[in-house]
Structures are given as structure tokens and as C-alpha cells.
Ligand binder design. Structure first.
Ligand code: SF4
Ligand code: SF4
Length: 262
């Protein structure tokens, strides 16, 4: 873990308004709205702030779809207050951008919140929407299209495989949730996979770093460097170039084969 580039992803909303097959955050398996309450978000991020101070280089706010949050404007303002020097971006599928009011865009501008759009090729005029935001001074980012899509992140086979050593997600997709840091969303949100498919993948203490047990930033970096989550050996399906399965983006049929190799 490069201590000069420490950052986390954080869900403002677990559910989504776009049902992608094999969603790596399992958001397309959530049938009801799962909003993370504003006070929970602030409490969670305050704990993070207390442990890492101003060493949080980047923070990606996402989900699910963050624009579904009813208090999105207040969320952005208060998160910026907590982390005045962090590079903050909000990752959206863009569907709701047209319906956001001017105050939302003013807050993004004032609070220096980058709007990063993942292009699923479903939004007409995305280019002009992005140009409009840029002209207003809002920083934007284009997360590319989704022609190459990963399916079957999870493996429900008996064998243990070291997927961690070569993992490209390690340290780039730390997901922070409820006071705990997980190395990737597959681990952090596995409860939604379990719930939908009636599975029982259990996490243990190796699968996360509990910030309540961490004294300071240095210790956190040490723990991130040393961590060996059981999940990465027992359940991950990212062990070589052929796995997970690559394919074209599609809407979900909520079939377990999209998410996992049985
Ligand atoms: S837009 Fe993103 S979060 Fe939503 S279902 Fe698709 S991949 Fe998942
Ligand atoms: S579960 Fe797999 S993708 Fe996630 S951090 Fe572990 S090895 Fe990487």
C-alpha cells in the first residue's frame, strides 16, 4: 500500500437504478431502496477522519447509485467539511444527472466534487451533459464504456486459491463501510449476494480491518500491507486472466451464474 495514495470507496446508497448483470457491488440484487442515512455516513467518515487525519488522498462516493440519496446535497457539503483537502469524486451511472437541480451543481462546484460518470451507453447526449458541466467549472471524469465486463467474481468451489498475490484491486478499491475497511466491494457487500441467492458466505476477522482497533494512520497502512483476507483464497474468482469471465455489459437476469462460478 502506497501510504501517499491512500483512499477509499464509500457507498452513499447500496441500491441502484440500473440493473447490471453481475454487478460487483451486488447492487442489482437489492430489490428495495437501501439508502445509507446521512448521520450514519457522517459518523462513519468521522471515525475514518479521526484515524487517518488529512492522509486520505482520495474518496470515491458511490454505490449503487449515489444520486438516489435524498440528502445528496447535504452529504456532499458535510463530507467536504470533514475532508477539506481530499480529492473527492462521486461516481454515477449518470441516469439522474439531468434531473438534478442547479443547487446540486453549485454544491459540486463550490465543494470541488468531481462527477465521474461510468458510461453504460444508455444515456443520450452524455457528451453534451459532460461538456455543460465542464463549462460551469465542474470537474468531470469519464470512466469509459462497459464493453468489457466482468462476470462471476465469486467462486463457490472447495479449493483454496491465492487470488490476492496478483490482485489488481488490492489497494485501489478499498471499500469502507461501518467502521471497517475491506479490500474490495466483493467482500464488503457479500451480504446482498448471500441474501438474494440464499447462500452463507461468512466473513471472519481476516476479511476486514476494523478502524476501532487501529491506533493511527501508520498502523492502518501496516495492517493493509499485512492483511490476508480468507475471502481472497476461498471465494474469489479473480485468479488468472480467464477468470472472472469477460463479456459484454447486459442487464441482469438475476441468475447466480452472472455472479459466481459454482
Ligand atoms: S450502475 Fe454500477 S452499481 Fe448500478 S447496477 Fe450497474 S454496476 Fe452496479
Ligand atoms: S476478493 Fe479477489 S478481487 Fe477482492 S481483494 Fe481479494 S483477491 Fe482481490
Amino acid at each position: 500500500m502506497n501510504r501517499n495514495n491512500f483512499g477509499v470507496e464509500y457507498h452513499l446508497v447500496d441500491s441502484c437504478n440500473l440493473n447490471c448483470a453481475g454487478c460487483s457491488h451486488y447492487s442489482s440484487l437489492i430489490d428495495d431502496k437501501k439508502i445509507v442515512q446521512l448521520e450514519f455516513i457522517i459518523k462513519d467518515l468521522t471515525l475514518l477522519k479521526n484515524k487517518v487525519g488529512d492522509k486520505l488522498r482520495w474518496l470515491r462516493l458511490l454505490g449503487g447509485e449515489p444520486l438516489l440519496h435524498p440528502d445528496i446535497k447535504e452529504c456532499l457539503k458535510r463530507i467536504r467539511e470533514l475532508f477539506p483537502n481530499t480529492q473527492i469524486s462521486m461516481v454515477t451511472n449518470g441516469i439522474l444527472l439531468k434531473s438534478m437541480d442547479q443547487e446540486f451543481y453549485d454544491i459540486c462546484l463550490d465543494c470541488k466534487i468531481e462527477i465521474a460518470i461510468t458510461d453504460y451507453k444508455i444515456i443520450k447526449n452524455l457528451r453534451s451533459i459532460m461538456i455543460g458541466m465542464r463549462k460551469s467549472g465542474i470537474k468531470t471524469n469519464y470512466y469509459g464504456n462497459s464493453r468489457i465486463w466482468h462476470y462471476q467474481h465469486i467462486r463457490l468451489t472447495e479449493e483454496r486459491i491465492d487470488c490476492l498475490t496478483k490482485c489488481i484491486y488490492k489497494n485501489t478499491c478499498n471499500n469502507y463501510r461501518g467502521g471497517k475497511i475491506y479490500l474490495c466491494p466483493h467482500i464488503a457487500y457479500i451480504e446482498y449476494f448471500n441474501k438474494y441467492f440464499n447462500k452463507d458466505i461468512k466473513l471472519d476477522e481476516s476479511d476486514y480491518i476494523d478502524l476501532n482497533d487501529v491506533k493511527n494512520f501508520d498502523e492502518l497502512i501496516e495492517k493493509l500491507n499485512d492483511t490476508k483476507p480468507n475471502f481472497c483464497y476461498q471465494y474469489c474468482n479473480y485468479y488468472d486472466r480467464e477468470h472472472p469471465i469477460h463479456g459484454k455489459w447486459d442487464k441482469t437476469n438475476k441468475n447466480i451464474n452472472e455472479f459466481c462460478k459454482i
